[in-house]
Design a protein around this ligand. Structure first.
Ligand code: PLP
Length: 386
């Protein structure tokens, strides 16, 4: 089948594999060891850190290697739990109701275990957070705002640049989950004015099992007080555990490739994504079925095409499509479709609509898009006839 599930994960770039294999053959060392092999590992790690930093407009000293965005998100909320604030009122957090589960569950835990207050900002049917609603939700006791850059289920872009400015003005910490944005959107940590940015390598053709949290000095200080993992004191004492150097090397190479190809791949994926959506829509509009894009047409990355089709059973449709196109109904974390908090937030009734999410990547070809259009349209027509 054609692979169109690039939001769940992307295929590793052969050049990334090559960089990892070449490194591993040359140096089996632990970066903390004093010998030559250790020094080589440390050098490779430094180079990878530099590449990751450059991709997101940060300084290498801001990069903390971790296992992925889930860990990075968890670390942010774990660190904030050490900040009790001077005020007598309950500490307060602001996030949105369309965040990744790793953010929502971390918020929930702080509510349940420490009794903190959390505001879950709603979104409109466009799947975008309103800046004004965020401003109104801010309180003197708000410690952190956490808003994702690109949504993983419907691809909508959030106004994080505006939110960053507001948080800076109000002296509130700001976290951005950028797992779905890196390699698709130009990111500059300095412009963004974020205190923490979560990244996963496998979302942009890097290896699975590595990512990073990019931090401001203030966030670094909080993590130093409350690291998620304690032990050997790697990553400047911020994240214990031997860094998997071959994975970091691959992460670095993937970052370099993403930076070099950003403009090119953005234009290509955008064009292909639009072509895919309009291709299906055109075929179905001739009396077959009604199809709509989920979330804003403008404020989105077109590498994510999430659609709803009226009057068709989602499960049956997926069964028809999956032998020919690997796609999903919402996010991979939910596994089989158990409902989606994002679709619910934008008012999509999944009992009346089939929802399909297609994720294009830098490696998706025009020919694959043609096959996918044909397969999706044929599957819908077949279900309509039954
Ligand atoms: N945040 C977002 C927006 C994501 O899409 C994902 C991946 O699904 C994550 C966080 C978690 O990333 P990982 O599974 O690589 O830890």
């Amino acid at each position: 089948p054609v692979y169109l599930d690039g939001n769940a994960t992307t295929p590793i770039d052969p050049q990334v594999v090559q960089s990892m294999a070449a490194y591993d053959q040359r140096s089996p060392g632990n970066p903390s060891s004093a010998h030559v092999h250790g020094a080589r590992a440390e050098t490779a790690l430094r180079a990878a850190r530099g590449e990751v930093a450059q991709l997101v407009g940060a300084d290498p000293s801001q990069v903390i290697f971790m296992s992925g965005a889930t860990e990075a998100n968890n670390q942010v909320f774990h660190a904030i739990s050490s900040k009790t604030g001077k005020q007598t009122a309950k500490p307060h957090l602001i996030t949105s109701c369309i965040e990744h589960k790793s953010v929502l569950d971390a918020c929930c835990r702080l509510q349940e275990t420490l009794g903190w207050d959390v505001t879950y900002l709603p979104v409109g049917s466009d799947g975008v957070v309103r800046v004004q609603a965020l401003e109104e939700a801010l309180r003197p006791e708000t410690l952190l705002v956490s808003i994702m850059l690109v949504n993983n289920e419907i691809g909508t872009r959030q106004p994080v640049w505006q939110i960053g400015r507001i948080c800076k003005d109000r002296g509130v910490l700001f976290h951005v989950d950028a797992a779905q944005a890196v390699g698709k959107v130009h990111i500059d940590m300095r412009q963004l004015q974020a205190d923490a940015l979560s990244v996963s390598a496998h979302k942009f053709h890097g290896p699975k099992g590595i990512g990073a949290l990019i931090v401001s000095p203030h966030m670094e200080q909080l993590i130093r007080q409350t690291p998620l993992l304690v032990g050997g004191g790697q990553e400047r004492g911020l994240r214990s555990g031997t860094v998997p150097v071959p994975l970091a090397v691959g992460f670095g190479r993937a970052s370099q490739l993403a930076r070099e190809q950003l403009l090119h791949s953005l234009a290509d994926a955008g064009e292909l994504g639009k072509k895919f959506f309009h291709g299906i829509k055109k075929e179905l509009e001739q009396g077959v079925a009604e199809i709509c894009l989920n979330g804003s047409y403008e404020e989105r990355v077109w590498s994510n095409v999430s659609v709803r089709i009226r009057g068709i059973d989602g499960g049956e449709l997926l069964q028809q499509i999956l032998p020919r196109v690997s796609c999903s109904s919402s996010s991979a974390c939910n596994g089989a479709f158990h409902g989606s908090h994002v679709l619910e937030a934008i008012g999509v009734d999944t009992s009346r609509n089939a929802v399909l999410r297609f994720g294009l990547t830098r490696m998706t070809t025009g020919a694959e898009v043609e096959i996918a259009i044909e397969s999706v349209v044929a599957s819908i027509k077949k279900l309509r006839q039954l």
